[in-house]
Design a protein around this ligand. Structure first.
Ligand code: PMP
Length: 323
């Protein structure tokens, strides 16, 4: 329960498609045309605005390499997904850290001030945010989009918030909005590494110039296309995970040492009270249960628990009672 994976795995059609993969000796289509056509059908976005990648991670990195020269600035709003600061550092960029408020909402006044004073090229925002599961409200997104930078909205977990809320459909009308999504979470394909992004039309030719041609493997592509054909199965499992998230949240509220936050995602962040969070994480590990402890400022008294199957929740709650 420490990496927000999907305990149900991919739909059965994915296994069959992988078993029938005939062309493993041939390089994959560098343009991922079949996958992008399936994604266009799924998202309602024209295929020529879509790029597939080795997970959303590749697209985060690619976006940074497209925009950043050493010394350029990026806004990061911690606590959040660690790869934004990681990739920015690899690009030699300056990370302007604008911490979130205590309720994990963005400090928009501080973002605005940093945007106007330090001219960052990009801001990265996850909605739902990792590690707390909070949603970026429409008004906040509007304010970000009115600022002179490109907003990279990371929707890795949007299916657990209700995919109808995704902002991906806004991309064709918004010259400074990028939306990233992935098959790792809702589609159970974390190990195969496949994600995608919707980008403003003006960026696409430049992204194609710098993208590694074969980063999306034949297996990843075939699996993602098969997953999109089994949408009803995936939606049923997503609904199970959302229901289990609510049950997990209620049960965690009864644990005297935990204060769980509401989440729109497939994990629940908890503040640990009256005991050391690291020690609790290690004690759970001794019980065979992995949860995420963040050894970072602002999160040292927190653990994040991914939503598993009902039997995973039961085992976790039983272990917490023993501890
Ligand atoms: N964005 C966020 C917010 C994440 O939490 C993760 C996975 N931990 C990713 C992106 C990366 O997803 P992928 O597996 O598609 O690279």
């Amino acid at each position: 329960l420490d990496a927000n994976e999907n305990p149900y795995g991919p739909p059965p059609g994915v296994r069959a498609a992988l078993a029938n993969l005939r062309d493993a000796h041939i390089y994959p289509d560098p343009l991922s045309r079949e996958l992008r056509a399936a994604l266009a059908d799924f998202t309602g976005i024209p295929a020529d605005l879509l790029l597939a990648g080795t997970g959303a991670d590749e697209l985060i990195d690619l976006t940074m390499r497209l925009f950043l020269q050493p010394g350029d600035a990026v806004i990061d709003c911690p606590p959040t997904f660690g790869m934004y600061a990681f990739d920015a550092a690899v690009s030699g960029a300056t990370v302007i850290s604008v911490p979130r408020r205590a309720d994990f909402s963005l400090d928009l006044d501080a973002v605005e001030e940093a945007a106007l004073r330090r001219s960052p090229k990009l801001i990265f925002v996850a909605s739902p945010n990792n590690p707390d599961g909070s949603w970026l409200p429409d008004a906040d997104l509007e304010r970000l989009l009115s600022l002179p930078f490109v907003v990279v909205l990371d929707e890795a977990y949007v299916e657990f918030a209700g995919p109808a809320h995704s902002r991906i459909r806004q991309v064709p009308e918004r010259p400074n909005l990028i939306v990233l999504r992935t098959f790792s979470k809702w589609a159970g394909l974390a190990g195969l590494r496949v994600g995608y992004g919707a980008f403003p039309a003006a960026l696409m030719p430049h992204l194609w110039k710098i993208k590694q041609p074969y980063s999306v493997s034949a297996a990843a592509s075939v699996a993602a296309i098969a997953a999109l054909k089994d949408r009803a199965w995936l939606e049923e499992k997503t609904a199970l995970i959302v229901r289990e998230r609510e049950r997990l949240w209620r049960l965690l509220q009864d644990a005297p040492c935990l204060r769980p936050y509401r989440s729109q995602s497939n994990f629940v962040l908890c503040r640990v009270v009256d005991r050391d969070a690291r020690e609790l994480k290690l004690a759970l590990e001794q019980e065979g249960i992995l949860v995420r402890y963040f050894d970072k400022a602002g999160l040292r008294d927190h653990i994040r628990i991914s939503v598993g199957r009902p039997d995973h929740t039961d085992a976790l709650i039983a272990a917490l009672r023993r501890l």
